[in-house]
Design a protein around this ligand. Structure first.
Ligand code: NDP
Length: 293
């Protein structure tokens, strides 16, 4: 029998989680969460739901009405959901966006942002931390913001953000310096960007290289990537991007976006169920999912 809310006798009631977004058709999170629930014998379902921007209000009411355990948010709801929440994690407050809601036992709603936490965890799983490190981030969008804030909260010495729209890089650097102990600067991403000397961790936080544009790679001078660097990509499909391959050829250690996505899903799983997540099942499910396309 599946493990449900009641541990005594039969319990056919399903526990609901899922994601609200628009567009949401390409969101692969449900596949890995459902595989994890099945592997752990949990009677949970992950519903991937198209919710238009103007329908967030009834959708949020449905969380309580359907007695859901939690929810993921993706575009366009990550910021607009905040007024509906009772509490926010420190990271979600600083980032100003929520990708995960946890319904607490008393029915109140807690907002978390696991994008950056998944990244930090994926690094940790490879024995790497951002503590005292110089971190360079390419891009200044939602993923970059979550990663910059979590790296800074985890003790990074300095975070440098390069973006083609420099104002966004500077605004993110200002957020990091205002709320964490890390030094931060935002700079213009020029063509053939030279990666600054002393960089420990280099991250592509743009969508460059995402399938089907698999031959694209960020416009940097790859000769400035060294074997002393750890290089990470947020792009998860394909798992081994041109960016990671090129940096790997320079001798850098690489960490892919698929691991980050799986770690993020694992964090959500634990926040909702209270159980340890089967990370290997989740990662393998994603790998299989993408290899079948
Ligand atoms: P946003 O749209 O918020 O930000 C995109 C960023 O990429 C911007 O800084 C943008 O620059 C920059 N950019 C895009 N194209 C180019 C280009 N051709 N040259 C230079 N810069 C470019 O997107 P998100 O931050 O939400 O997502 C980024 C990627 O991260 C996506 O591929 C997403 O799938 C992935 N992701 C992966 C996760 C994981 O767990 N692995 C989790 C979350 C996201 P500008 O500001 O100048 O427009």
């Amino acid at each position: 029998m599946l493990k449900g809310a009641g541990d005594m006798g039969k319990n056919y009631r399903v526990e609901l989680v899922g994601v609200f977004g628009d567009p949401v058709d390409d969101n692969p999170t449900g596949v890995m969460e459902e595989a994890a629930f099945a592997a752990c014998g949990l009677n949970y379902r992950y519903l991937t739901m198209k919710v238009k921007e103007e329908d967030l209000d009834p959708a949020m009411k449905s969380i309580k009405a359907l007695n859901m355990k939690g929810m993921n948010l993706t575009m366009p709801h990550k910021i607009k959901v905040i007024p509906y929440l009772d509490d926010l994690s420190e990271a979600a407050q600083i980032i100003g966006a929520v990708n995960t809601i946890i319904v607490r036992k008393d029915g109140t709603l807690f907002g978390e942002n696991t994008d950056g936490k998944g990244f930090v965890q994926a690094l940790k799983n490879k024995g790497i931390t951002s503590e005292d490190k110089q971190v360079v981030i390419l891009g200044a969008g939602g993923a970059a913001k979550a990663i910059a804030v979590e790296c800074a909260l985890a003790g990074a010495k300095k975070v440098t953000i390069f973006n083609r729209t420099v104002e966004k890089a500077q605004a993110l650097a200002d957020t990091v310096t205002a709320h964490t102990k890390a030094a931060a600067e935002g700079r213009k991403w020029e063509s053939e960007l030279a990666i600054p000397e002393g960089t420990d961790i280099l991250i592509n936080a743009t969508s460059i290289g995402f399938s089907p544009n698999v031959t694209a790679r960020p416009d940097i001078f790859y000769g400035t990537v060294t074997e002393h660097m750890v290089v990470c990509d947020v792009v998860f499909h394909p798992a081994e991007t041109e960016f990671l391959k090129s940096c790997g050829k320079q001798g850098a250690k690489t960490v892919n976006g698929l691991g980050m996505l799986a770690c993020q899903g694992a964090l959500n799983f634990t926040l909702w169920t209270g159980e340890e997540a089967p990370l290997d099942v989740m990662e393998e499910t994603l790998r299989k999912e993408f290899s079948e396309e």
